[in-house]
Design a protein around this ligand. Structure first.
Ligand SMILES: Cc1cc2nc3c(=O)[nH]c(=O)nc-3n(C[C@H](O)[C@H](O)[C@H](O)COP(=O)(O)OP(=O)(O)OC[C@H]3O[C@@H](n4cnc5c(N)ncnc54)[C@H](O)[C@@H]3O)c2cc1C
Ligand SMILES: NC(=O)c1ccc[n+]([C@@H]2O[C@H](COP(=O)([O-])OP(=O)(O)OC[C@H]3O[C@@H](n4cnc5c(N)ncnc54)[C@H](OP(=O)(O)O)[C@@H]3O)[C@@H](O)[C@H]2O)c1
Length: 281
């Protein structure tokens, strides 16, 4: 039988009508240990279904070193029918009780070691579509807090500029990287807006199109990602982590497959791979 833990909702930040940041604090113990990239299952009794508990997985956006709270960024699913849990989550207030199951998930675990036992020092490129950014917000804070010297690039794709949920934090990390120097903290963040023609996005001057367009080579043979990092992306120098719609994973692999990159799912006989992903249909 599933035993739900209890938590208190301590922070609700409505970014827009269908996008929210929520923090919870466990009631009966500390914030559990977890790995950056994992998800946790949230639950609430559904009054429309005899108070049966509806549980769903949510990527943890806070980092393992943060023992104050657990943070999530959640989309209200409205179509074709209002989602059972998200409709309830969008009515939750600070102080309310919520249920949770322990953190889980290995798909986006950070690679620390190559199959030959050597330390994995490859550049890390994280590609998040929409709320698929969440695990990489955890990555960024984790690498920052643990003083990890690897090069980290975070690419976020959203339909609208007001959905760039962690723009302030991630821009701050890049500013700090520029100020301290790459040997101390090597971090870059860029976003792509996929509906640039819409009036609301009229002030956008960055990358346009879906997030995978960062990998499309320009006339000079280099992709915007390669221009950003200042060199060719190869199997030897880069590992990718991707989270978002299956179409985003497929779009990324359309660029990476011809270069010989393989996913962990399809890893080579020697155990090597260059892409980890978690998709949501
Ligand atoms: C590993 C993992 C991590 C995740 N992380 C996040 C995250 O960080 N943030 C986030 O926002 N989401 C995340 N999700 C998605 C989340 O788990 C839920 O799937 C999502 O929030 C929808 O839940 P729901 O109960 O509101 O929708 P559901 O009620 O489960 O509905 C799902 C879909 O079915 C449709 N539907 C519902 N009832 C019917 C019906 N009777 N007939 C036809 N269609 C119907 C809905 O319109 C919707 O499109 C994650 C999922 C996974 C697997
Ligand atoms: N780990 C997980 O499994 C996980 C994590 C987070 C969220 N989720 C779930 O994912 C769902 C939607 O996420 P969201 O609302 O954050 O996404 P979204 O805002 O609808 O989309 C984010 C970006 O992905 C693009 N996109 C949409 N559909 C696509 C497709 N089929 N192929 C490629 N790109 C596509 C969008 O482009 P356009 O502007 O062109 O549409 C936009 O640029 C939510 O219901 C959430 O519950 C799952």
């Amino acid at each position: 039988m599933v035993v739900d833990n209890k938590a208190t909702v301590t922070y609700v930040q409505l970014i827009k009508e269908d996008l929210v940041i929520i923090r919870i604090v466990p009631k009966d113990g500390p914030v559990p240990d977890f790995q950056a990239g994992q998800f946790l299952t949230l639950g609430l009794p559904n009054p429309l279904d005899g108070d049966k508990i509806v549980r769903r997985a949510y990527s943890i956006a806070s980092h393992p070193e943060n023992k104050e709270y657990i943070e999530f960024v959640i989309r209200w699913v409205r179509k074709p029918l209002p989602g059972r849990l998200t409709t309830q989550l969008f009515n939750v207030k600070e102080g309310d009780e919520i249920l949770w199951l322990k953190p889980a998930g290995k798909a986006l675990g950070i690679s620390e070691e190559l199959p030959n036992g050597e330390k994995d020092t490859r550049r890390i490129v994280c590609i998040g579509g929409g709320t698929g950014l969440a695990p990489f917000v955890s990555f960024a804070q984790h690498f920052h807090d643990t003083n990890d010297k690897r090069e980290i690039v975070i690419l976020h794709g959203a339909s609208y500029v007001d959905e760039l949920s962690y723009k302030d934090m991630l821009t701050g990390f890049e500013d700090e990287s520029n100020a301290k120097g790459k040997d101390e903290w090597n971090f870059k963040y860029r976003a792509a807006i996929s509906r640039p023609q819409e009036w609301f996005n009229r002030s956008w001057a960055g990358q346009i199109g879906r997030v995978e367009t960062f990998l499309r080579p320009r006339d000079n043979g280099l992709s915007p990602l390669e221009e950003l990092v200042g060199g060719k992306i190869t199997q030897e120098n880069t590992i990718f982590y991707v989270c978002g719609w299956q179409g985003t994973i497929d779009g990324v692999m359309d660029f990476l497959n011809p270069k010989g990159f393989v996913t962990q799912h399809d890893k080579r006989e020697d155990g090597s791979f260059e892409v980890k992903y978690e998709s949501y249909g």
